[in-house]
Design a protein around this ligand. Structure first.
Ligand code: SDX
Length: 416
C-alpha cells in the first residue's frame, strides 16, 4: 500500500498523502494541493471525488455490496424493522429491546402536527407534487418545533414526515385525515394513516406491512448520493436540520435520482400502452440523438448489480403473488430487464437495474399512487440524511465550497 503519490510538474515536486478506508479503498488527499502546487482538480459530478470520511454506510459497486454500519443489507432486511434500522443508522449500533421501545415510544410522543401547518397544507393547490409539499412543510416545521435536545429533532422528523405525507395524500384524494395511532408500530401506523377508510376499522395486512418495512429499509442510506450530499452541504453552512432535510427532499425529487421510481412506472406504462415491444424502447435508450433513457437502469456506483434491486425484485414478486394481483407491468419490467441485460450497449456500459426499477411496482401493489413513490423514498432515506447531518456536525467539517475553472471574459471595462 503506497502512502504518497508523487505530483511532479516542471515547477513542482509534491508528495500527496494517500488515505485508506476500512476496505482499503484509497484516496489521494488533495486538501493542501492548491496551496502547495497552485493546481485544483476538475471532476464534474464528483465522479472521482470523496467529500468526507463516513462510517454510516458502505457500497462496493463492483461487488454489489451495501452495508449499514457494517451490517450487510441482506441481513438487515431479514432481521430488522425499519425503526430498528433507523436507530442503527442514526446511533451506530442496533438497539436492545429497552432502547428500541424507548426510541419507538418517544417518536410517538412527537406525532402532533400544529393546526397552522395543516392550514398551510390545505392552502397548497392540489395539483402540486407531493414532493414539493413535503419539502415545503418540512422546512416550515422549524417554526413550530422548539426543542432543546438535538436528538429529539431527529425523532420529531421520523414522527412527523409520515404524517405530513399521509395528510397530503388524503387531502389530494378528498378524504378526511386519519390521525396517528399510538397503539400501532411505525409501519402499521403509516399504512393506517394513508389507507384507513373513515368510520371503518382498518385491517392491517401483514403482506403489505412486510413489503413496506423492507422497501423503506432498502432506502435508508446510500453513502454520498446527490440528496445526502445536499443535506451535508447545507449542514456544513450550519443551516438547521429541518432546512437541510427539506433541501435533501428537493434534491431527491429529481428524475435522475429519487424521482426515477415514478418515471420507471410511467415508462413501463408507456411501453405497455404502445404494444409492449421492449426492444424498440431499448434501441431508443441507446440512440444518442434520443433523450429517452431507460429509467431505473444505470448507477453511478453499482457497475455490477444493485443489491437492493435484487431484493426489491423478490419483494415485488412476493407481494404481487401473495396479494393475488395480476400486474402486467411487473411482467413487462422483467421482460425489459432480461432483454436489456442481454444487450451489448447495457453490458459494455455496465447498466443494470437500480433500486428504482422495482420499487415503484412495490409501492403500486401496496396502494400508493405514482406521485407518492418518491415521497416514500424520502421517508426511507430520512434516517440516512439525518445521520449524515449529525456526522458532519460531529466531525466539525468546514463549510463546503468547491472551486471552479473560470472560462468567461477577461477583465474588461464598461464603455459608456
Ligand atoms: C438513485 O447515487 C445514488 O446512490 C442514488 C440512489 C440512492 O439510493 O440514493 O441509488 C438512487 O438515484 C438511483 C438512480 C435512479 N435514476 C435512474 O434510474 C435514471 C436513469 N439512470 C441514468 O440517468 C444514469 O444511469 C444515472 C443518473 C443513474 C447515473 O448517471 P452517471 O453515473 O452520471 O452516468 P452517465 O449519465 O455518465 O452514463 C454513462 C453512460 C452514458 O453513455 P456515454 O455518454 O458514455 O455514451 O451510460 C449511458 C449514458 O448515456 N446511460 C444510459 C443510462 N444510464 C446511463 N443509457 C440509457 N439508459 C440509461 N438509464
Amino acid at each position: 500500500m503506497c502512502n504518497v503519490v508523487d505530483f511532479n510538474t516542471d515547477e513542482y515536486h509534491y508528495k500527496l498523502p494517500v488515505i485508506y478506508g476500512t476496505f482499503c479503498e484509497k484516496a489521494i488527499n488533495i486538501s493542501q494541493l492548491r496551496e502547495n502546487t497552485g493546481f485544483i482538480t476538475f471532476d464534474p459530478g464528483f465522479k472521482n471525488t470523496g467529500i468526507t470520511k463516513s462510517s454510516i454506510s458502505f457500497i462496493d459497486g463492483e461487488k454489489g455490496i451495501l452495508l449499514y454500519r457494517g451490517y450487510p443489507i441482506e441481513d438487515i432486511i431479514n432481521k430488522c424493522s425499519f425503526i430498528e434500522t433507523s436507530y442503527l443508522i442514526l446511533n451506530g449500533e442496533l438497539p436492545d429491546t429497552a432502547q428500541l421501545n424507548f426510541f419507538s415510544e418517544k417518536i410517538k410522543k412527537f406525532h402532533h402536527i400544529h393546526k397552522d401547518i395543516k392550514k398551510i397544507l390545505y392552502n397548497i393547490p392540489n395539483f402540486y407534487h407531493p414532493m414539493g409539499i413535503l419539502s415545503s412543510l418540512t422546512y416550515i416545521l422549524d417554526a413550530f418545533i422548539q426543542c432543546l435536545q438535538e436528538e429529539d429533532l431527529y425523532l420529531h422528523l421520523l414522527a412527523k414526515l409520515p404524517i405530513l405525507a399521509a395528510l397530503t395524500y388524503r387531502k389530494k384524494i378528498g378524504v378526511p385525515p386519519s390521525h396517528a395511532d399510538r397503539n400501532l408500530d411505525y409501519i402499521s401506523n403509516l399504512l393506517k394513516m394513508f389507507f384507513s377508510i373513515p368510520n371503518q376499522s382498518y385491517e392491517q395486512n401483514p403482506i403489505i406491512s412486510d413489503a413496506l418495512n423492507k422497501i423503506l429499509i432498502l432506502h435508508a442510506d446510500h453513502e454520498q448520493n446527490c440528496s445526502t450530499t445536499t443535506v451535508r452541504l447545507l449542514g456544513s453552512a450550519h443551516s438547521g436540520l429541518f432546512s437541510s432535510i427539506s433541501a435533501g427532499i428537493s434534491a431527491l425529487w429529481g428524475r435522475l435520482h429519487g424521482g426515477a421510481n415514478q418515471a420507471v412506472i410511467e415508462m413501463l406504462e408507456t411501453i405497455f400502452k404502445n404494444g409492449g415491444n421492449v426492444n424498440k424502447w431499448i434501441e431508443k435508450a441507446k440512440n444518442k440523438k434520443d433523450p429517452f433513457r431507460l429509467m431505473g437502469f444505470g448507477h453511478r456506483i453499482y457497475k455490477n448489480f444493485d443489491p437492493r434491486a435484487k431484493i426489491a425484485k423478490k419483494v415485488a414478486e412476493n407481494v404481487i403473488q401473495q396479494l393475488g394481483i395480476s400486474d402486467p407491468i411487473l411482467d413487462l419490467a422483467k421482460n425489459l430487464e432480461e432483454n436489456a441485460l442481454k444487450d451489448s450497449y447495457f453490458v459494455e456500459k455496465k447498466l443494470y437495474p437500480n433500486i428504482d426499477f422495482y420499487s415503484g411496482i412495490i409501492y403500486q401493489a401496496i396502494g400508493f399512487p405514482k406521485d407518492m413513490f418518491t415521497v416514500m423514498f424520502a421517508l426511507g432515506r430520512l434516517p440516512g440524511w439525518m445521520a449524515h447531518w449529525k456526522e458532519m456536525k460531529l466531525n466539525r467539517e468546514p463549510i463546503g465550497r468547491p472551486r471552479q475553472i473560470y472560462i468567461g471574459y477577461k477583465k474588461r471595462n464598461i464603455k459608456k
